[in-house]
Write a new protein. Structure first.
Length: 234
């Protein structure tokens, strides 16, 4: 079963919690966290690894501190003890997101919605996506841009190619279902790809999207808190 977990990062983490989180990640992560200028960046980085370790430990039965990770040539992480275990992690702004489970490739992306020159879409989006974006009311275009962007990021993260795959080489567009719900699908080189997609705002300032090659994506993400994550570690 595929799960999507999201954790809202607080502005301040109690020192006792932070020490516990730091003790639960790799030495490389601790060194990286110490180098960040902004504490928020350290929080996101460390909490992303802690959430991943706790979840994959539950999935595999392996002790979380014994888990080790590597990356493919494009930066996609995998579990060294069992590369078949599917997961992907993302963090931005106030949120960390993790997708895991299933039997085939997964991708997730979360982005903070910030003002942006929407002309950038002409460089990174396909002609069909640009047409869809331009047709949206002006007050919805920024959110639509980030929805398309996170969907596309989740796809290239799922297939494990990262930005080595041009974002304008494929198109992700919606089909409108009953009650106005959107069902997203992807076409590449004129052919439909089998991947499934999930897209939903986390709040007014953050957009979440995920992708799975097989299996059903959950209707809603599971909310994880710093307190509940800490409880898993003690």
């Amino acid at each position: 079963m595929i799960t999507i977990q999201v954790l809202q990062v607080p502005s301040v983490i109690p020192e006792a919690y932070w020490d516990l989180f730091l003790s639960s990640v790799s030495e490389e992560r601790r060194v990286q966290a110490a180098r960040f200028i902004h504490q928020a960046d350290a929080y996101r980085s460390v909490l992303g690894e802690v959430l991943t370790r706790v979840t994959l430990s539950e999935l595999t039965g392996l002790p979380r501190k014994e888990l080790s990770f590597s990356r493919n040539a494009y930066g996609k992480p995998c579990l060294m003890q069992d590369p078949k275990v599917q997961f992907n992690v993302s963090h931005s702004g106030d949120w960390v997101a993790l997708i895991s489970g299933g039997t085939d490739e997964l991708g997730v992306d979360v982005e903070k919605i910030s003002p942006i020159d929407l002309q950038i879409a002409e460089r990174f989006f396909s002609p069909q996506e640009n047409t869809y974006l331009a047709a949206m009311p002006a007050d919805q275009q920024l959110n639509t841009f980030y929805r398309l962007w996170t969907l596309k990021e989740s796809y290239i993260k799922a297939i494990g190619m990262g930005l080595s795959m041009p974002l304008n080489s494929f198109a992700i567009l919606p089909n409108i279902l009953e009650h106005g719900e959107l069902d997203w699908s992807c076409k590449q080189d004129g052919q439909s790809v089998p991947h499934r997609f999930y897209s939903h705002p986390l709040d007014e300032q953050h957009m979440l999207a995920s992708c799975a090659a097989e299996g059903e994506l959950p209707a809603q993400p599971e909310i994880v808190t710093v307190e509940s994550l800490c409880a898993e570690l003690v």
